[in-house]
Ligand binder design. Structure first.
Ligand code: SF4
Ligand code: SF4
Length: 445
């Protein structure tokens, strides 16, 4: 018999945040499976950390799920073929960050034959679970791309008491996680109870915004599962305020703990997992198929036929857009991800990476910026309590001391400041430049 569940409210409320138009047009569009393109281009850098090295050479035959790249370094996630076919060579690809990396190019045979060596994976201990997350090639699928096995690895003596499942998906247009909740509830359920059992979390919090009632009910059924005999799995109703799903913000909302700069959630006793990352791990254990495809929301007024698509990793942006009928004539801007935190797509041949959760095309011209009127709205909206206008002014003649004194590195690049600015100052871009200035400075250890 299911027990009744009290719905939790956030224990702390972050400063700032903005109210964005919901614009979740694809929320009720069931996921379509995109057919394999003629070739896939699998980047060696699909995660935060060290790039992989190829394990294959031109002419090698591969199956869906065959491991094609790895590294002995810890902060890295292996890459697996997303199609069956033949390796044709290697090429440089441009990443959304603006950097480039090597990539393995595979010609598909169109058959999508799974690797015959794959089989379900049994995990009995925490170490088994961490090893499985690595073999899956799993990274944070909400956009961060941090290797999951590193996130799950605790340093000796570190107590991890709280697992936060992040189903907030607060960016406009994106519905990839929402569809995961509706289409793969059982995998989410298995993931929650397996992680809880093997890692010994005292508390699990399923966090979702209050504007997604159907997904809310799915998570409620998971929080009231009879396996939760000690009542340690909870549903938390988060306010629909952007950027509620940012890691630092959801940790603060769920636990009241502040994550210091440069530290991992484990340093404050938490593991935060995106809901699709969690269910992907559960599916990997059930089937043995590593991370070779992911759901993308393709939407925005510049897309002819918006959709939620399951896309083989390494398909190109243009492959995906072609499947959706292409761009409209008045499309002006194209992003990997949503319009707030997404990164511009400069090259339509760029491949889909593990951490890409959408392609959004906008129309219309961004208004030209005018002079700052010192209204203070950017500071009021900043969830990290920064003063973006002051940092912008400091960037006129940047000094490391001044940028550090303004806590520039705390910026999570959420875009809220740009969104509220009546003068349309490109504040988020300036924040990225300011952080880049600090990174380049050798004194900024
Ligand atoms: S982009 Fe940075 S400075 Fe602007 S609101 Fe977000 S955290 Fe604050
Ligand atoms: S919101 Fe724009 S106009 Fe207002 S203080 Fe900030 S930068 Fe200046």
């Amino acid at each position: 018999m299911q027990r009744m569940e009290a719905i939790l409210s956030p224990v702390a409320r972050s400063h700032g945040g903005v109210s964005l138009p919901h614009l979740k047009h694809t929320a009720e569009l069931e996921t379509q499976v995109m057919p394999p393109p003629e070739t896939v281009t699998l980047a060696m850098q699909q995660h935060i950390g060290v790039p992989c090295e190829p394990l294959v050479k031109a002419g090698d035959a591969v199956f869906v799920g065959t491991k094609i790249a790895d590294s002995p370094k810890r902060i890295c996630a292996p890459v697996h073929s997303s199609v069956s076919g033949t390796v044709t060579g290697f090429r440089e690809v441009l990443l959304p960050s603006g950097q480039s990396c090597n990539a393995v190019v595979i010609a598909s045979d169109g058959k999508m034959t799974p690797d015959p060596d794959l089989h379900p994976v049994t995990v009995e201990t925490e170490d088994d679970l961490v090893a499985a997350a690595r073999e899956c090639g799993l990274v944070g699928l909400g956009g961060a791309g941090f290797p999951t096995h590193v996130k799950l690895s605790r340093a000796p003596g570190v107590k991890l008491d709280t697992l936060v499942i992040n189903a907030a998906e607060c960016e406009p247009y994106l519905t990839a996680d929402y569809r995961e909740c509706l289409e793969h509830a059982d995998d989410i359920r298995e993931g929650v109870y397996l992680l809880k059992q093997l890692m010994g979390f005292e508390k699990v919090i399923l966090g979702i915004e209050d504007n997604k009632p159907k997904a809310f009910e799915v998570l409620r059924s998971i929080a009231t599962d009879p396996r939760d005999v000690k009542n340690e799995v909870h549903l938390m109703r988060l306010p629909s305020s952007y950027p509620q799903g940012a890691e630092k913000i959801i940790i603060y909302s769920a636990t009241g703990r502040r994550l210091p700069l440069g530290r991992l959630p484990a340093d404050v006793g938490c593991v935060v997992m995106n809901v699709t990352t969690l269910s992907t791990l559960a599916r990997y254990l059930r089937t043995g198929m590593p991370l070779v495809a992911r759901r993308l929301t393709v939407d925005g007024p510049g897309v002819a036929r918006p959709a939620n698509l399951l896309v083989p990793l390494g398909a190109s942006c243009s492959d995906v857009l072609d499947f959706c009928g292409g761009l409209t004539e008045d499309a002006t801007e194209l992003f990997w991800g949503g319009p707030m935190m997404g990164l511009s797509i400069a090259d339509l041949t760029a491949p889909v990476l593990k951490q890409n959760n959408g392609i959004v095309a906008l129309t219309g011209a961004y208004p030209a910026p005018s002079a700052c009127i010192r209204c203070g709205r950017c500071a009021a909206a900043c969830p990290m309590q920064l003063t973006p206008a002051a940092i912008e002014a400091a960037m006129q003649n940047p000094s490391v001391e001044q940028l550090q004194a303004l806590y520039t590195n705390y910026c999570i690049e959420c875009g809220s400041c740009s969104f509220v600015c009546p003068a349309k100052r490109p504040l988020t871009q300036t924040m990225r430049l300011a952080k880049s200035h600090l990174r380049r400075n050798p004194d900024n250890a």
